[in-house]
Design a protein around this ligand. Structure first.
Ligand SMILES: Cc1cc2nc3c(=O)[nH]c(=O)nc-3n(C[C@H](O)[C@H](O)[C@H](O)COP(=O)(O)OP(=O)(O)OC[C@H]3O[C@@H](n4cnc5c(N)ncnc54)[C@H](O)[C@@H]3O)c2cc1C
Length: 201
């Protein structure tokens, strides 16, 4: 059985029997894992002194948690109670990759509780869970130092690859990569738009 652990985008499985150049490109991209938890609380998070009551997201440097989003404050959301997304650090996710989702969810919520001022309790939890993304995001971003091959891959065989793996770990990166590949395929003799050009979006 072939193993693709951490090595590359899942696209490797699709291209490796057909195009060694693309397969090698896939192998060069390391994908990191991410445990993503969610929690629906019965009442809002307690206020944190010095922080606006409707804060939308927080990044954390240490511990299991790296990012917390409060979904009820995202633009365009239907009215809802306190609904949290809890993303784990890549190193922590790798170390706990095979743990049970419910245990991971509890650890992430515990980590959030520890960021609150001492003596502050979390509200009661209505629903809690976690999902493991084994190939969540590329380890390296090429946004600030564009790779010589640009933010997609295409070969003479007519196969091509695009997505966040070739650019950076955000949805905009995936979109731009696909957009640039589309331009290149539609006008094969034209120079593809350079990654990061301000008129891209
Ligand atoms: C938990 C989490 C939260 C995130 N939050 C944010 C955020 O808030 N903001 C943001 O900008 N970005 C966020 N991202 C990153 C964003 O989701 C990705 O950058 C983006 O989805 C990448 O798009 P893509 O098209 O490159 O790959 P994907 O979205 O992964 O799409 C690849 C597709 O290929 C399919 N596929 C795989 N193998 C095969 C196969 N053999 N045959 C057919 N199909 C196959 C998969 O099912 C999938 O649908 C988050 C990522 C994760 C994991």
């Amino acid at each position: 059985m072939r193993s693709y652990q951490r090595s590359s985008p899942q696209a490797l499985a699709l291209v490796e029997d057909h195009d060694e150049t693309l397969a090698a490109a896939c192998r060069s991209v390391v994908q990191r894992s991410c445990w993503a938890g969610w929690a629906c609380l019965e009442t809002p998070l307690p206020a944190v002194p010095g922080v606006e009551h409707d804060w939308q997201a927080a990044q954390l440097a240490q511990g299991p948690l790296r990012f917390v989003a409060r979904n009820q404050y995202k633009p365009g959301r239907a009215p809802q109670g306190e609904t949290l997304t809890l993303l784990a650090h890549p190193d922590w996710s790798d170390q706990h990759l095979e743990d049970e989702p419910q245990i991971v969810a509890c650890r992430l919520l515990e980590a959030l509780a520890q960021t609150l001022p001492p003596g502050t309790a979390l509200p009661r939890v209505g629903r809690l869970g976690a999902h493991r993304w084994r190939f969540a995001h590329p380890e390296h971003s090429t946004i600030n130092a564009p790779a010589p091959d640009g933010d997609y891959r295409v070969t003479a065989a007519g196969l091509a690859l695009c997505g966040d793996a070739w650019r950076g770990p955000r949805i905009e990166d995936a979109w731009l990569s696909g957009h640039h590949l589309g331009l290149a395929l539609a006008a094969p003799h034209a120079q593809p738009t350079a990654p990061g050009d301000s008129h891209d979006l």
